[in-house]
Write a protein that binds this ligand. Sequence first.
Ligand SMILES: Cc1cc2nc3c(=O)[nH]c(=O)nc-3n(C[C@H](O)[C@H](O)[C@H](O)COP(=O)(O)O)c2cc1C
Length: 371
Amino acid sequence: MLRLNDLIKINYLPQVSNQALLPKNAIYVLSRFISMRMNEENLEVESVITNAKITLMHTIANNLIFQLRRPCTMHNLDADIDQILLQQFIKILYLIGIITYRDENNNPHDEVQHNLLQWEWHDLVFHQKSRKSRADAPHGGTFRFKEMIKPLKNLKSPMASESIKLPSMNIKKIDKDLPFQVVLNQRRSRREPVEKSLPLPILAEFLQRACEIQVIHTDQIYENTQRRYPSGGGIHELEIYFYAQSVTDLTPAIYHYLPLEHALEKLDIGEPNLLPHFVKSYQVASANAGVPHVLFAITARFNRVNWKYSEMAYALILKNVGVLYQTFYLVATAMNLRPCAIGSGSSRLFSDLINLSHFDESVVGEFILSA
Ligand SMILES: Cc1cc2nc3c(=O)[nH]c(=O)nc-3n(C[C@H](O)[C@H](O)[C@H](O)COP(=O)(O)O)c2cc1C
């Protein structure tokens, strides 16, 4: 005779608070907040809400899960098992958050109970998975690939045969900056240019003040740098690219900033027909406020961070993007420029544009700058 253990194996059972009695004749349905993936030859089902994880060990379990994609009562379920086992199966799935039931307003009970109606699945997965998930799970700077893979170097290999050296900033002028609190007070998002174009020396100063490397350490467990913006672990995995739409003395093209040499690489565009779509996406995201002089695309070299961190690598990268955004805003304000962060865009478009290997490095943030 089949037992619950023959149907499912519980891989991880957190403390579940879902002890409420199931209503009679409840209409069950799979929770919107589950994920399923292969574990060797079996399907593994995980609740994003409770973190509980089970493996489906029998085709009857697979089949029941399939039926539960649509709301149904226990009586509607078609399974060749006795009622007691079916009840046990439903109860455990309910307790660990894999199924829920429809409440009197036809809403999924788990979403009402935890106030999840406004959450999208991917946001909840990301939130749950990038924070410390379980007491026994490795989390944080674990150096998980230390024995297997060499860490990537801090600087990318050259992307062009030549580089364009940029003028260095005038320290005296910087002494005349507005006081720091005035910069903070005056910082605003400004989307539309007021001048015809941005002079190259001004762009050079902006880049140098915001992102050049001050110190590079190449003799440590992994290469890290000191720059004017902080970065988790000093990894500084973000790369700065921009499309110079209206910069005096700079041909409109995509450039890569070299933060150690304070120089630019002019990049070949792999698919020129994508360029207008790229430019348009910035205009749409900034409510068609104008044609910005410089369109930044900030990428991350993911494996620089993945190499060191468990569970939180991508979350850390996005935090670093926020840090860079604020540094861009403050430097631009101090220089009386017009900055604005852009919060959405297509990473794939930029990868295709300059032939980036998308999962090695792709866009995690955008920014516009004008004079
Ligand atoms: C992470 C982030 C994303 C943003 N995304 C956009 C955007 O896509 N388009 C836009 O026009 N402004 C964007 N902004 C600018 C905000 O709209 C702006 O900061 C907000 O309205 C407050 O105005 P202030 O920056 O002038 O103080 C973004 C700002 C941040 C910090």
